[in-house]
Design a protein around this ligand. Sequence first.
Ligand code: ZN
Length: 268
Amino acid sequence: MQIIHRVSISSTPEIRSELAAMGVVVGASGLVTFEVDESFDAWPALQQWIARRGAVDIVSTKFSKKELGDARWFALEPDWHHGYPQPDEGRLGYREATFEVSDFCEQCGIGLKQKAPFQMKSEPKWGRNGILQLHWVFDEFFVMPEVWRTVFHPNGIGCRPVLDAKGAELKTVVQLVVREEVGVGVEGLTAERCARCGRVKFLPVTRGAFPPPANEPSVRMVKTREYFGSGASAHRRVLVSQDVVQALAAEKVRGASVRPIAVRLDRG
Ligand SMILES: [Zn+2]
C-alpha cells in the first residue's frame, strides 16, 4: 500500500528553497500543490516541515491489487456527497423528521436512530454515479433502484423508500438498510470522549487499512458499533464483504470506493 500526501501551500522564494533542499521542486509564488509518498526518503523531514509551515496535507491510501483481492471485508467510502437531507435544511429539520432524537447529543453528534424515511429535495442528479451519500449523513448510502436490484438485493441487503419533502416516494433512489452492528478493533485510533454525554468516538481512519471487526458478521453489510468523526459530527462506518465489492465492480457502479480491512479474519 502507498500512503500519499497531497500538500498545498502559498509559496515564497524561501519556501521554494526549503522544499528544493528536500528534493521537492515547486514555483516561488502562488498556491503550489505537490504529492508525496511516505516511502520518499525525505518524508520524515518533509512531515516536520509540513507541521512547521502549516501546509494543508490531505492524505490518501492506494492499495495494491493483491491487497484488495486478499481482503474479505472493506469499509465503504463515498466518492461524492449529493444534496442535503430535507426538510428545512437551514434548521437541520431532517433530524427530527427522520430520527428518534431522545438519545442524541448535540455536542458530539452521537445517538440518532432512524424512525422515518429520508427526504430529498428531488430525484438525485446521478450523472454517471449509481451510489451516493447525502451531505451531513455519513453512515447511510443511497442507490439507484437498479443498483439495489443487481448488487445489493442478491447479497441479502434490503432497501427502503426515500421521499420528497411533500411525502411522495422518489422513483430513482432508495436507501440501503443496514441492520447489523459489529465492534471493530480500536487500538491505535484516537479517541475523543464527549464532555457532555461521556460517550466516545474515534477520529476517522484516513490512512492505511480499516481496523478489523471483532467477529465475522453474519450478513454482508454492517455498521460499526463504534462512532467516528470530530466536533459535533459522528457516524458509524459501513462495512461490506468481498461479495458486495465484487458485485459493485461487476456492475461497474460508480460513486463509492472501498478501503480494505487490516487483518484477515481467519487469522484471528
Ligand atoms: Zn455527547
